[in-house]
Write a protein that binds this ligand. Sequence first.
Ligand code: GUN
Length: 292
Amino acid sequence: MPHILDGKKIAQKLKDQLKIEIEGIKIKCNLVPGLAVIQVGNVAASSVYVKAKTKAAKEVGINVIDHHLEESINQNDLINLINQLNNNDDVNGILVQLPLPKSINEEVVLNSIEPKKDADGFHPLNVGKLSINQKNDESLMIPCTPYGCLLLLRELNINLAGKNAVVIGRSNIVGKPMAQLLLKESCTVTTVHSKTINIESICKKADILIAAIGKPEFVNKDWVKKGAIVIDVGINRIKINEEKSKLVGDVLFSEVENIVYAISPVPGGVGPMTIACLLRNTTIAFKNSNKI
Ligand code: GUN
């Protein structure tokens, strides 16, 4: 039987720890972390994620400041709002839910967030720190989804050093920072993507396979080595029939679970970890800014 990496349970443990820490600081200093969450437009998946992030943040004692903006907002107005939040001492973390509407330059917007308030770890300064800093990760703002994947791997209590890790996908949100984190763990890291030749045979050699491609159940048993560890980052909604749909990952779980050492399910794997790591980043930013 494979180890099923229960992200819901592990995320809950992390949230419980953060809640206790935040309560302690509140009693001692009469301060709580503040997180500004910005959503532009009404992409359905973004609304689901923002709701889940807001709920979880409130549960651990973070003060959430919601900004749901019209899709038609112009870039300068969005940047003006971010500047106000940058200058507001009650706000420790700023999150701009992606994707943004096509009319807005995502890079410019993300670069306008004060790096020390960058709850997603997407600012170039934090991206750079992640690639340079080879020591502890306790004070770094690390992109939430890949850090959540790493915490899932750490739950297995195995030595990651020297393992052959393959990351499928090269996005700024998941693939690239995931590769950096695995490199920090001394894995031998390969990133494969849509233009990779012989992608399946490269994946089949992986001790650790991270699937972040956004294609439902794309990775089947022919891509996976016996005894591998598989982390499924995909969250894809597929139709079962006219009325019903369900969430599936990028991995064909029913087939792959029979050959792996460990696998993360969808839902209940990486998703809850992403949210817990956002709360972690916000708490770190809060402690850094108040010198706690
Ligand atoms: N869209 C998909 N994943 C993420 C994420 O981790 N953070 C933000 N801000 N937007 C996303």
